[in-house]
Design a protein around this ligand. Structure first.
Ligand code: ZN
Length: 318
């Protein structure tokens, strides 16, 4: 047990937390039908501010901070990985979902829910103080955390037991190192692939699986940013096992190979184009990957719009 439980102690240390790789690519589709955002401000529209600044919390503001003893389990306190603590939320381990809730220590960890609320509150203060520009900039930050939580690699640490380096179970150090690397490999492939596919859908006449999942006008009524973030994390955690399994099948087992290190390889070393055309995969396998990812994106979009609805209700109520 010591061996298995300790894997997860180290796992996250080397996993960079970027959430969806490019929030600015997702957000325009998500808010396309949110009419009240289109009203132009003095210089720019609210939607422009939201699109341009949803990535801002990834630009360094949450790095190199000493905040909690839990940071040592979630990316440490130095460098790019140190922002993980504020961009992830891992719910408490639950026997009913032993894989997707597995992490050590098994308590609730990560500040992403609180961050969503903090910046929502700042947005409201700015709005009431007659600073709409800053209100939307803070709201963009709040959205960032809600969107991060919609990415299943950010609400679950292991996703599937297939990511465990089973060939190294008798060598403790190798087991930890390799499992960490395997999760990072699939995590990076997944985020890069989602960006790649959305760009392809924009440029070519591809079936718009991902773009149509992001678009829409559905939302839920909720009373706080914290609760919306919590729903976003819960839904994506629920999808994480399916996503982990689908990633394993879609990208293949080559990413279990010790010589493959996606995060530290030059961009383009693992081209993204072959996967959908691959004869290795059945149509059913391809569809399963696309369908589950579309579900994640659809939830991410849904909770983004739910936060905007809450802001509309509260900010514009007078
Ligand atoms: Zn992030």
């Amino acid at each position: 047990m010591k061996t298995i439980s300790s894997i997860f102690f180290f796992c996250i240390l080397e996993t960079t937390a970027w959430g969806w790789a490019r929030h600015n690519l997702l957000t325009p589709f998500v808010i396309e039908d949110v009419a009240w955002l289109k009203k132009a401000g003095e210089k720019v529209s609210a939607s422009w501010i939201l699109v341009h600044y949803t990535d801002e919390p990834d630009w360094g503001m949450d790095q190199n901070l000493e905040l909690s003893p839990n940071q040592k389990f979630m990316g440490g306190t130095k460098g790019p990985t140190s922002q993980a603590f504020r961009h992830l939320y891992l719910k408490k381990w639950n026997l009913k979902a032993p894989w997707r809730t597995f992490h050590i220590p098994p308590r609730e960890m990560g500040e992403a829910l609180k961050r969503a609320q903090t910046f929502y509150d700042l947005a409201q203060t700015a709005f009431e103080g007659g600073e709409p520009y800053w209100a939307f900039r803070f709201l963009a930050w709040s959205l960032h955390y809600i969107q991060d939580l919609g990415q299943p690699f950010h609400s679950s640490q292991l996703l599937t037991p297939k990511f465990i380096a089973w060939d190294s179970v008798f060598n403790f150090e190798a087991l930890i190192k390799r499992t960490t690397q395997i999760i990072s490999n699939y995590h990076f492939m997944y985020e890069d692939y989602v960006v790649f596919r959305i760009e392809e859908e924009t440029k070519h006449k591809l079936k718009k699986h991902f773009i149509s999942a992001l678009k829409g006008d559905t939302f839920m009524m909720s009373s706080s940013a914290y609760l919306i973030a919590r729903h976003s994390a819960d839904d994506s955690n629920r999808l994480s096992y399916a996503i982990g399994e689908a990633c394993y099948t879609f990208f293949g087992d080559q990413f279990l190979n010790p010589s493959v290190d996606v995060p530290n390889s030059p961009k383009g070393k693992f081209p993204l184009a072959p996967y959908e055309q691959s004869s290795r995969l059945s149509e059913k396998e391809k569809t399963l990957f696309l369908k589950n990812t579309a579900k994640s994106l659809q939830k991410t979009a849904f909770y983004t719009r739910s936060l905007l609805e809450l802001a509309k209700e509260e900010f514009l109520k007078k």
